[in-house]
Ligand binder design. Sequence first.
Ligand SMILES: Cc1cc2nc3c(=O)[nH]c(=O)nc-3n(C[C@H](O)[C@H](O)[C@H](O)COP(=O)(O)O)c2cc1C
Length: 326
Amino acid sequence: MDLSTKYNGLKIKNPIIVGSSGLTNTVEKNKKLAENNAGAIVIKSLFEEQIMNEAYSDMKNNAEMYAEAFDYITNYSKEKSLEEYLKVIEGTKKAVDIPVIASINCTTASSWTKFGKKIQEAGADALELNISNLPTDIDRKSADYEKVYFDIVGSISKEISIPLSLKLNFYSAGLSNLIRTLDWTQKVKSFILFNRFYSPDLDIDKLKITSSNYFSNEGDYTRTLRWTALMFGNVEAELIASTGIHSGESVIKQILAGANAVQVVSAIYKNGPEHIGIMLKEIEDWMQKKNFKTIDDFKGKLSYDSVENPTAFERIQFMKYYGGIE
Ligand SMILES: Cc1cc2nc3c(=O)[nH]c(=O)nc-3n(C[C@H](O)[C@H](O)[C@H](O)COP(=O)(O)O)c2cc1C
């Protein structure tokens, strides 16, 4: 059984990638994930805001600081965060023999893109950008929000030659068109569908805003499944499925829809790194039963373009499915 596949153009031994999170923020943890057979690792994101916030809080704590000192502190904070981050990349690269992908969570195409070069020099095999672009500003049009993606891709591409992947969210009025147009830039090697945002919740006793569960649940994979199936065959870049993938079965579904590989986070938080092996065994057993020898044997077999009645992927109204339930 050959479970190998491609991720950012790199050969990976199996389709289970550990997604960017607290699971991947130290060399030790990354070593353990590799020992447990992860196909690749995306290191915990360096946050554009984190860098800026650190600079800002230093400034607040030093009210009488001279103007020149502020510049120094700002740069120092950037360097410090970055230095620690680069050490994790370098150390992980030395400790494991699987691809190591760096990650930056960003919102603008500002000076952070210069860090891309250093990330590449530290040995990262690729760079993933988690573009946090939530269209909340009522005065901004969809096109203004979409432009941010192109600005960032253009800017970072000038700094790096390693493959670039984009971890997208689904908050876009013209999502398929946006993904395809980003693909046309030929600067994006893979699209990660989708990021899972922190979501607010409300406490009805304390009448306060709270946070909802950080972790996804088994079954949360269906939104990704729809968009992977819809985009497969429409973009040259790879599709990597993310969110709600907790079992070998949900990995198989995403590959059938057209994904090259998947990213897993919550299931590993809940069950430990050993869960990777359990998921891989489920995939192998299923492939054996179905007589599939490689991932390519079944990749995209149930994508939008391959099934007889693809409208099921497009349907969102209730009538047919829920109309009869009483
Ligand atoms: C505790 C935690 C920390 C995370 N940190 C990051 C991060 O730094 N960068 C990022 O791109 N995604 C981050 N994520 C999102 C995950 O990479 C992933 O996209 C999301 O959890 C959905 O996958 P899952 O359903 O397998 O958990 C984090 C998720 C969790 C639960």
